[in-house]
Design a protein around this ligand. Structure first.
Ligand code: ZN
Length: 317
């Protein structure tokens, strides 16, 4: 534990994990429970687990999930899973317990938001699954059932946070998160992602709409882009806008499938590069006095996933 006092709060890093995240069985799919087991094993080996405190996860309520999803869709997911599961979308396979795991993933994000807003933790990393950033209001997509980060942003807004910033460094564009806040200036969505690539959204011209115009920032990057290209985008395009925005809370859609050794993208970020992105987010958080909650999204090479999560946690305040 750091133990340094900051604004009267003791600095300590939280970790969200719950065994119910392993209930979402996906067979031979790349988004599998072994991802979380690899992360936990690695954090233990690196003695990082001992420096963190577990944030007590919980199950999200139906009403909480409905902050971002249509009630009919939530009910459809419940029925489909309880009927034995199958494919909710061509990429998204579920089992009978996946509905429950998805409620717990959302609940983990909400517990993390409470933990930082109540001042009990200076930052929290949520090792949750299923991931969330592709999930639309009424549709599962791209391994995602409920949009954990979007529900968390709505929840934080309801708790009185005036401006929430979502930083999405997953290799894919978070189309579900963008959709949720496209017309909403109270949640700023920033994404770097491979382009062209799944899911096909996230052009630089997509900048928000109506009152939300200017509060979505998409920085698509060509295949082969690595640390220096990402640092340039963060330093020149993102950070000046984010400082002006003065968010009260920063949520990170922390996906690690942009790693050079990850099988799912052609980006070339290194573990050091993820550290550089995390350092920039943490520096911003210090400047504006915001807390940071990071939520796992993608990342499918078990070793580089675990190493990149560890370096992110090291960077957190
Ligand atoms: Zn991804």
């Amino acid at each position: 534990m750091g133990g340094d006092e900051r604004g009267g709060k003791t600095s300590n890093k939280g970790l969200v994990f719950h065994e119910n995240y392993l209930l979402h069985e996906t067979g031979g799919h790349p988004e599998r429970k072994e991802r979380l087991m690899a992360i936990l094993d690695y954090l233990g080996e690196e003695s990082l687990l001992a420096q963190m405190e577990l944030v007590e996860a919980r199950e999200a309520t139906f009403q909480e999930v409905a902050l971002n999803h249509h009630p009919d869709y939530i009910e459809e997911v419940r029925r489909f899973c309880e009927g034995g599961g199958g494919y909710l979308d061509p990429d998204t396979v579920v089992c009978k317990d996946s509905y429950r795991a998805a409620l717990w993933a959302v609940g983990g994000a909400l517990a993390a938001v409470d933990a930082v807003l109540e001042g009990k933790f200076s930052s929290v990393f949520c090792a949750v699954r299923p991931p969330g950033h592709h999930a639309l209001r009424s549709k599962a997509m791209g391994f995602c059932i409920f949009n954990n980060v979007a529900v968390a942003a709505h929840y934080a807004r309801n708790k009185g946070v005036e401006r929430v910033l979502i930083v999405d460094w997953d290799a894919h564009h978070g189309n579900g998160t963008q959709e949720a806040f496209y017309q909403d200036p109270s949640v700023f969505y920033f994404s770097t992602h491979q382009w062209p690539f799944y899911p096909g959204t996230g052009k630089a011209e997509e900048r928000g709409e109506g009152p939300g115009l200017g509060y979505t920032l998409n920085c698509p990057l060509p295949p082969g882009s690595g640390d220096e290209e990402f640092f340039r985008v963060y330093d020149r395009e993102f950070l000046p806008l984010a400082r002006d925005y003065r968010p009260g809370l920063i949520l990170v859609s922390a996906g690690y499938d942009g790693h050079e050794l990850d099988p799912l993208s052609s980006l070339e970020l290194t573990t050091r590069g993820y550290r550089g992105l995390a350092d920039r987010v943490v520096q911003l958080a210090r400047e504006v006095g915001a807390s940071v909650v990071a939520l796992l999204e993608g990342g499918y090479n078990l070793l580089t996933l675990a190493q990149s999560v560890a370096t992110t946690i090291e960077a957190l305040p």
